[in-house]
Each structure stands twice: as C-alpha cells, then as structure tokens.
Design a protein around this ligand. Structure first.
Ligand code: SIN
Length: 282
C-alpha cells in the first residue's frame, strides 16, 4: 500500500489496495494515514453496499445517522443521489460542514463510494481544520481559547429551518422541521485530535449557531471570519470523482462541501458513517 499526497497539507491517494481483501494490519495503517492526511482516496474499487459496509467496519463501527432515510436494501448506507432532472435546487452536503457535528458524539469518519458520476462537475472539497487552526492569527487563537460553540441540526429543525420555498433534491429523503433537531449540543471550539494531539477548529457553518457565551448576532462575524479562513484554497483538497472511488475523511479534523455544479447529470454515491467519541477540548 502506497500513499501519494494530494497537497502538501491535506489528502492522499492510497495505491495498491483492493478494499475487499484488506486485513487488520492494513486497516491499522489506513486509520493512521487517515489521522495524518485527513482525507484518503482509493480508486478503481468494485463494491456492493454490503462490501462497502464490511470495509467501513474495518475503519470503525458504523452508526445510523438521524434525520436521513437510509437505503431500503441496506440500513447502514445512505444513497447520496441527485437525478439529472433535479435542476436549480439545493444538493445534499452542498454547504460547508462536518458531518452531524450536532451529535453529542459526532462521527469519527465518513466514507463515500462513487457509483455514477457526472460527466462534468460534482467534485467534493475538504478543508483541513488542523492546518487552518495552526495558521490562525494569535489574537484569534486567544479569543477561541476555552470557548465553546453550540451546534444544532439546523437543516432538519424548526428554529433555523431553511425557507420553505427552498427547493432541495427529492432523491434523498430527509426530515425537515423536526423539533428534535433543534436540540443544542455544546462542543469546544478548538478540539484536540485524539490520535495526533493536534489542535483543530471544530465549527461547521451548516450546524454551528453561536459561541455558548455570546448571542448569534455577536458570534456571526467571528464565525464567518473563521469559516472564510478555514476554507482558503491552501487548506483544502478537491476531488474529481470517477466511478468506483472511495473517499474517506477524518470528520473530526475536516469540513467538506459538495459542489452543486452538475445540473443535467445524474450523480450517485453510497455513504457510510463511522462512530466517534465526545470531542476533547484542546
Ligand atoms: C456529504 O456531505 O456527505 C456528501 C458529499 C458529496 O456528495 O460530495
């Protein structure tokens, strides 16, 4: 197994591996590489949903995420689908986020496997939140020290629900306006990576509402500054999908965003989610 870095800071392609035949030593190597590179890509794989789950379980135990309907044939998998005729509308994961950061124990990692990809567009972009933290001005680091942030399931709830007229892909069944999603979870704004010890920003525009000690209005300009900083090109890596590619990311240490620039093309990926722990304060 070889790791070919994608950028100096983030992402690596894993070469020389058929994920259907990976053993315990290779899984350990993959977990270590994931903590280091934050995003891993594995091309030319041939999997059904059960084989994807078997591989995913080698990385860690699977969880079933709230508010999103899983596949009928396999309840551990979400089909991330936008049909060719679903145009001029929102796409699943189309704003920067860390997956389900509003859970008390957010996922440790997520895995996508591409089944059908658009001829043009449909890339996914990841931001490395450890690299972004390291490059913050000292004054911002001082501001963030010991601060906490509130996360909620904004897109699925009532308090921060997107406008009702917003059109969103109907190919993924998800709860909207579910009051359970308004529940607030408090996490440290800067967390310590449990494997590498690195400090990392843990904020997520899709789910973070404010700092716990500040109002939304007071928090907004600071959070927006942090989001703009974290998503600067130098902290990101971008993936152009081919069918049969696995992408997995360390969800504690990254945000990601699906590009919604492929109207007129069908895009289908299968997605699994790996259990995590309560985030540690740095
Ligand atoms: C996601 O946020 O899990 C979906 C990302 C993608 O479709 O590229």
């Amino acid at each position: 197994m070889n790791f070919r870095p994608i950028t100096a800071l983030t992402g690596a392609e894993v070469q020389g591996i058929d994920v259907r035949t990976v053993g315990p030593a290779s899984f350990q190597q993959l977990r270590k590489a994931l903590a280091h590179f934050k995003v891993l890509y594995i091309q030319n794989q041939h999997l059904d949903t059960e084989q994807l789950c078997t591989f995913s379980r080698g990385i860690g135990p699977l969880i079933r995420v709230p508010f999103i309907q899983p596949m009928e044939e396999n309840a551990d998998v979400i089909a991330v689908l936008k049909e060719a005729d679903e145009t001029n509308m929102g796409v699943f994961g189309g704003d920067w986020h860390s997956d389900f950061s509003f859970l008390p124990q957010p996922p440790m990692a997520s895995i996508l496997y591409s089944v059908e990809v658009p001829e043009a567009g449909g890339d996914t972009v990841w931001a490395n939140m450890a690299a972004a933290y390291a490059a913050l001005p000292e004054a911002t680091k001082a501001f963030l020290k010991d601060r906490k942030v509130i996360h909620t399931g904004k897109p699925y709830g009532t308090t921060h629900a997107p406008p009702r007229k917003t059109r969103f892909t109907g190919s993924i069944q998800m709860d909207r306006n579910n009051p359970d999603a308004d529940k607030e979870t408090v996490h440290p704004a800067v967390c310590r990576h449990p494997d590498t010890g690195e400090p990392m920003l843990f904020v997520s525009p899709t789910y973070t509402t404010r700092f716990s000690d500040l109002s939304e209005a007071q928090s907004e300009p600071v959070l927006n500054e942090i989001y703009a900083h974290s998503t600067k090109p130098e902290f990101t890596c971008r993936h152009r999908w081919q069918a049969g590619t696995i992408a997995m990311w360390d969800n504690r240490a990254t945000m990601h965003c699906a590009m919604n620039d492929y109207d007129g093309y069908r895009r289908l990926l299968f997605r699994t989610t790996i259990a995590g722990h309560k985030p540690l304060a740095h």
